[in-house]
Write a protein that binds this ligand. Structure first.
Ligand code: HDD
Length: 696
């Protein structure tokens, strides 16, 4: 029961509750609930009725306004990237970049620029889960002093298609099939594989999408890419081509497929929650922005076309130059107002940055502006707070749906003589396009230089470590086994043979379809001489750190509080956090307070686990499936497992043998915690993989 506050403004009153309970609330004058017209509301519990038992009266404008507004709370979700998580932060250049660009926000290493970032999945609806196999969107809005710059990228540096005219087809194929309305947020179905198997240009991207990149550990662990080649333009009008890269400070990391599937059930909001909690805890996610910068001569020397968005420039060919860092340090205060209403657009660029004529980018430059009309309801979406530039904004655009600004005066045109102080174009400061010569015959065709669809797909395969190659085989096997039309499976097997015969063979064997691949004739024979690019492997370059990770300890009544404290301290020193999981969430005998209850905290939610039950607790848990699965899953998901002596009956029930070389570490002895942390720093104990999964 809320008690009346002693305040001179306070008005105490009684409220009749259903069931007859009466309680008191107080409302100070400035807290008074009102309608959208500002009319004070006297009763927010009962509609206006003729007599206590009704009927309800149509004149109840309070009820009607409230329900009408509620009925329209949802706006159309994004046609792609509907499920997203946002955060505020800042960007700071590492040095003055005036040699390359006149972009105002890239000049002064002391100056920070505010950003808003939205991460997303692509295929699922707004209410879908966080961990499907999918590309992750990585969209950054820089609120610069010369207007908003949106870098609307993905966590994969290439794309499925080369020309925007195929985008609706691609998306229709991957989304729920239109007759049955499923599957949600999944590419593992006939229409997707039918489409891509008929689009050889998608082969390189498919390799990325079937790799660990598409099942990231968290949004804090993804790399980001601008995908297209852009231009930087300096004050002298000189242009340099660039590819943009984001690199997470804690390194890229992924889950295993079985883990991703189970996380989807245990916590559909796993990645959104992770981002929110990290920022809330002050563990701010951070990325380096790097560029690959090159001139026309270098572009001409490459064996592919820099306008082709299905190609990468390996870092070993043009190294990355770090140019800035981005820190996300503030959660949104309102999901709808910020994360949902933010409108990104690759066409939001600023002086000093420019496009190239990549035909995929050209289509995007139309699409993102256009989509805001149906999503945000009109042409004034730039006036929504999250989309507003922070620099002055003035022009003669007027009116329209939901206009917020109130521009005074008679003059809404230019040139004019009636308002000499009104805005004018500015040839010096204003945006000028790089004078790229663009004449040619009007034609609908693909350039020859876009024709090699397999060489970089093969290079990607050859750049992976053996476990990553195994995951790619498993992913193709899983997805193609969900395809029910045999001809589509066979067509895809034919493409895999072309990408790399070993890949084709391994997938065909795993599917039980050896010798059934359709023969595909490529437009250009795949090259065999591209050097592997080790930078493409996540495992190969994974930093040995547990910074930003979460370890869980399974505890019971009687668990040793001092041992838990010692573990917590050791993890904290490494930048990791400890969560306590117990059969009951209330305080335990022995003084420990659990964070989570076992049924709601399966080990898939954590990076590494420790079992610290008391003797009695362990005996009890040996008979609890959730506790045994907790260990078995951690074992199967290749996580470091720490245990105390008492855990023995649980380990034997789970069929797990203590073996520190396999990351199963006794932690109560001397150096035990250090050994456990050492194992956890491997992220996954790959040697264990052969014990738990068929090696295909
Ligand atoms: Fe797109 C959203 C990234 C190709 C049309 N796209 C969208 C978002 C990201 C990307 C990150 C979500 C932005 C947010 O969080 O609000 N899209 C990409 C990348 C592409 C790409 C990296 C290829 C390099 N997209 C692409 C093409 C088209 C679109 C070829 C259309 C011709 N994308 C859209 C869209 C969306 C969108 C329909 C949906 C909602 C929105 O724009 O605001 O216009």
């Amino acid at each position: 029961m809320r008690k009346p506050k002693a305040s001179s403004k306070a008005q105490a009153r009684s409220e009749a509750r259903p069931g007859g309970e009466t309680h008191q609330t107080t409302t100070s004058a400035d807290q008074t609930l009102t309608t959208n017209q500002g009319v004070p509301i006297s009763d927010n519990q009962n509609s206006l009725k003729s007599g206590a038992r009704g009927p309800t009266l149509l004149e109840d404008f309070v009820l009607r306004e409230k329900i009408q507004h509620f009925d329209h709370e949802r706006i159309p979700e994004r046609i792609v990237h509907a499920r997203g998580s946002g955060a505020h932060g800042y960007f700071q250049p590492l040095k003055n970049l005036s040699k390359l660009t006149k972009a105002a926000f890239l000049q002064d290493p002391k100056k920070t620029t505010k950003v808003f970032v939205r991460f997303s999945t692509v295929a699922g609806g707004a209410g879908s889960v966080d961990t499907p196999r999918d590309v992750r969107g990585f969209a950054v809005k820089f609120y610069t002093e010369e207007g908003n710059f949106d870098l609307v990228g993905n966590n994969i540096p290439v794309f499925f298609i080369q020309d925007a005219i195929k985008f609706p087809d691609l998306i229709h194929s991957v989304k729920m099939e239109p007759d049955r309305g499923f599957p949600q947020a999944a590419s593992a179905h006939d229409t997707f594989w039918d489409f891509v198997s008929l689009m050889p240009e998608s082969m390189h991207m498919l390799m990325w999408a079937m790799s660990d990149r598409a099942i990231p550990r968290s949004l804090r662990h993804i790399e980001g890419f601008g995908v297209h080649t852009f231009r930087l333009v300096n004050a002298q009008g000189e242009s340099t081509f660039v590819k943009f890269h984001w690199r997470p400070s804690i390194g890229a990391a992924s889950t295993l497929w079985d883990e991703a599937v189970k996380i989807a059930g245990a916590d559909p909001d796993y990645q959104r929650r992770d981002l929110w909690e990290a920022i809330d805890n002050g563990d701010y996610p951070e990325w380096t922005l790097a560029i690959q910068a090159f001139d026309q001569k270098t572009a001409d020397s490459l064996d592919f076309d820099i306008l082709d968005p299905t190609k990468i420039i390996p870092e070993e060919v043009i190294p990355l130059t770090p140019i800035g860092r981005m820190v996300l340090n503030e959660n949104p205060v309102n999901f709808f107002a910020e994360t949902e209403q933010v409108a990104f657009h690759p066409g939001h660029i600023v002086p000093g940055i420019d496009f190239t004529p990549d035909p995929l980018l050209a289509g995007r430059l139309h699409s993102y502006l256009d989509t805001q009309l149906s999503r945000l309801g009109g042409p004034n979406f730039h006036e929504i707070p999250i989309n507003r530039p922070v620099c002055p904004m003035r022009n003669f655009q007027r009116d329209g749906h939901m206009r917020m600004a109130v521009p005074p005066g008679r003059v809404a045109y230019e040139p004019n003589s009636l308002a000499p102080d009104s805005p004018r174009e500015n040839p010096t400061r204003g945006f000028t396009s790089f004078p790229d010569p663009t004449s040619g015959p009007k034609t609908r065709e693909r350039p020859e230089s876009f024709a090699d669809h397999y060489s970089q797909a093969r290079q990607f395969w050859r750049s992976m470590t053996p476990p990553e190659q195994g995951h790619i085989v498993n992913a193709f096997t899983f997805e193609l086994s969900k395809v029910v039309t045999p001809a589509i499976r066979k067509r895809m097997l034919g493409h895999l043979d072309l990408i790399e015969p070993e890949l084709g063979k391994r997938v065909a064997a795993a599917m039980g379809m050896v010798g059934e691949a359709e023969k595909i004739s490529p437009a250009v024979e795949p090259r065999d001489d591209l050097d592997p690019s080790p930078a493409l492997s996540i495992i190969g370059k994974a930093p040995r750190t547990i910074k930003g990770r979460t370890v869980a300890a399974l505890i019971t009544d009687g668990s040793d509080a001092a041992a838990v404290q010692k573990l917590r301290q050791a993890l904290k020193k490494e930048g990791a956090q400890l969560k306590l999981v117990a059969p009951k969430v209330g305080p335990l005998k022995g003084g420990l307070s659990p964070d989570m209850q076992l049924d709601g905290a399966p080990s898939v939610l954590f990076d590494a686990v420790v079992a610290l039950p008391s003797d009695g607790g362990a005996k009890e848990l040996a008979g609890v499936a959730a506790a045994i699965d907790w260990l078995r899953d951690a074992f199967g998901h290749l996580k470091a497992i720490g245990f105390n002596e008492a855990t023995a009956p649980m380990l034997s029930k789970a069929g797990i043998e203590a073996d520190s070389t396999m990351g199963i570490v006794a932690i109560d002895g001397k150096g035990g915690i250090e050994a456990f942390i050492g194992a956890a720093k491997q992220h996954k104990i790959w040697e264990r993989d052969k014990l738990v999964r068929p090696q295909r």
